[in-house]
Write a protein that binds this ligand. Structure first.
Ligand SMILES: *Cc1c(COP(=O)(O)O)cnc(C)c1O
Length: 497
């Protein structure tokens, strides 16, 4: 399997190169040259494996330059109860008839990002070895809160790497901030930006493609890579849990082999839902992919009209990991939907950076309408949904997952579709305790973050994840806050070049 760039189809690299580089030189994203297809029998057989083996099975189709032993080294180290609180790794909760919560947050940082970021360091160090890379890898991360912490945990003290994370100063939850500021490890750095997530991400992308920086790095024996979902090594692990959950539901007799399901994904950078799209095209029977947004509803408008327009107000919401106006992975979807037309992609994404807006062709609009359904919900609706789900099912969901539940309810009302449905549950409710507690109790409370956690534990009966309970006792290590225009200088200074 070779990988092309969305902005230059003539680029052809193997997976080890795609993973170490993170992003292609001309700014495009790596995409596998075809989508491998699994038969229904293969999917059924996957259900009889443990999670690490399910992952290895899927990876063997994409990372064809990895040996079987290399793949198993990665999956066995990443997907074990050493790192995850449940044996199943991705737990399925039965919410109500025909609706399943795919809980992706039982990893070390309590958000679904762990599903990919526990394995990415193994992919990356294995890839570096395979291509005889003699440089130290510097991971630059822009985060809306969850990626940063998950990447820090994944890469801490991993030999041959260092990691630097940027987050929006006022754009993450108190728990997320504390998780990052207290990060342990000798090769880690964390810095807040006076700006929003898009500023952080644009800064990181600009540094990645800056020739001057690249030369300075070369001379210092360093190279950048990315732990954001622009890296294929971040995306491919996310395909696994959709295939895995389908196989699991078949095995449990919840669905028939071949029966279609809907998948609902609370969406920000479009990575998680793109992974669901890949899972569908690899062979799991899917009726609709439902894209749920908060009031930063640029994707809802895009899927419904074919016009992507980021020229709009940016809102800080109670689901901060979805506060994004530039969804990077849409570029991969559009590359596929234009039959891999790199020229069109260069045009649209050029317009996105110069004018902040582009419109896709009628053909692509039709494909979007065929595969996706999109909706959004407000902060008030998010909290009402948490409260209603708790009241009806004694199930406590986080703010992001609640957005997905609400949009799914809207979908059902609009379409009367009764297809069984998997909802991606992307974070532990404890990570967003202020909004979750407000929803559960019906009023804001001014007790501190940890008292809120204790109160949620009483109400939800959910055990507090050990990693979050421990934070209270950890010293704050990282307090830097910089202007967005200083990001490049900060990186160079931190790397000592
Ligand atoms: C990152 C994140 C999302 C959005 O996922 P994308 O892949 O960026 O679309 C949703 N919920 C939570 C909790 C997240 O951390």
């Amino acid at each position: 399997m070779l990988y092309n760039s969305t902005r230059n189809s003539n680029v052809k690299v193997n997976s080890a190169e795609a993973i170490t580089q993170g992003i292609s030189v001309e700014g495009g994203l790596f995409v596998p040259e075809n989508i491998p297809v699994l038969s229904l029998d293969e999917i059924k057989a996957v259900g009889n494996m443990n999670y690490a083996d399910r992952a290895a099975y899927v990876f063997s189709k994409y990372l064809t330059d990895f040996t079987e032993a290399e793949i198993h080294y990665c999956t066995d180290n990443a997907y074990s109860t050493k790192n995850f609180e449940t044996e199943s790794i991705a737990e399925i909760a039965h919410l109500f008839d025909g609706t399943y919560m795919l809980e992706l947050w039982h990893g070390p940082t309590c958000a679904f990002k762990d599903m990919a970021l526990q394995i990415l360091p193994y992919f990356l160090t294995t890839s570096a070895k395979k291509i005889n890379l003699d440089k130290k890898i510097v991971i630059l991360v822009a985060t809306s809160g969850d990626t940063g912490k998950a990447a820090l945990e994944g890469f801490k003290d991993v030999e041959g790497t260092s990691i630097l994370v940027f987050y929006p100063e006022d754009g993450v939850s108190p728990m997320q901030k504390r998780q990052m500021k207290t990060q342990e490890g000798g090769n880690v750095g964390v810095c807040a930006i006076k700006g929003n997530f898009d500023d952080c991400q644009n800064g990181v992308k600009a540094i990645f493609t800056d020739d001057e920086v690249k030369n300075q790095l070369e001379n210092a024996g360093l190279m950048f890579s990315s732990a954001n979902s622009i890296n294929w090594g971040r995306l491919v692990p996310q395909i696994v849990y959709y295939i895995s959950s389908y196989a699991e539901l078949v095995k449990d007799g919840e669905i028939e082999l071949g029966e279609k399901i809907n998948i609902v994904v609370p969406t920000g950078n479009f990575g998680n839902i793109l992974a669901a799209y890949y899972a569908k095209h690899m062979g799991i029977p899917v009726n609709k992919l439902i894209c749920a947004s908060n009031v930063n509803n640029v994707l809802t408008d895009f899927i419904n009209t074919g016009v992507y327009d980021r020229n709009r107000q940016f809102y800080a919401t109670v689901s901060p990991s979805m506060d994004i106006l530039i969804s990077s992975n849409l570029e991969r979807l559009l590359y596929l939907m234009t039959d891999r037309n790199d020229e069109v992609i260069r045009d649209w994404f050029g317009k996105l950076s110069s004018e902040g807006r582009y419109e896709v062709t009628d053909d692509v609009k039709a494909k979007l309408a065929d595969e996706f359904w999109a909706g959004f919900c407000s902060d008030d609706e998010t909290k009402e949904t948490i409260s209603a789900v708790y009241g009806k099912y004694s199930y406590t969901c986080d703010t992001h997952t609640a957005v997905a539940v609400k949009v799914y309810e809207d979908y059902k009302k609009a379409t009367e579709d009764t297809t069984k449905t998997v909802i991606a549950s992307t974070a532990s409710p404890y990570k967003f305790s202020a909004a979750v507690l407000e929803a559960l109790e019906g009023a804001e409370s001014d007790i501190d973050e940890y008292a809120k956690v204790d109160r949620i534990a009483e109400l939800s009966k959910l055990p507090v994840p050990a990693a979050l309970a421990d934070l209270k006792n950890k010293p704050l290590r990282f307090n830097d806050v910089i202007e967005k225009s200083d990001q490049k200088q900060y990186v160079l200074r931190t790397l000592g070049i």
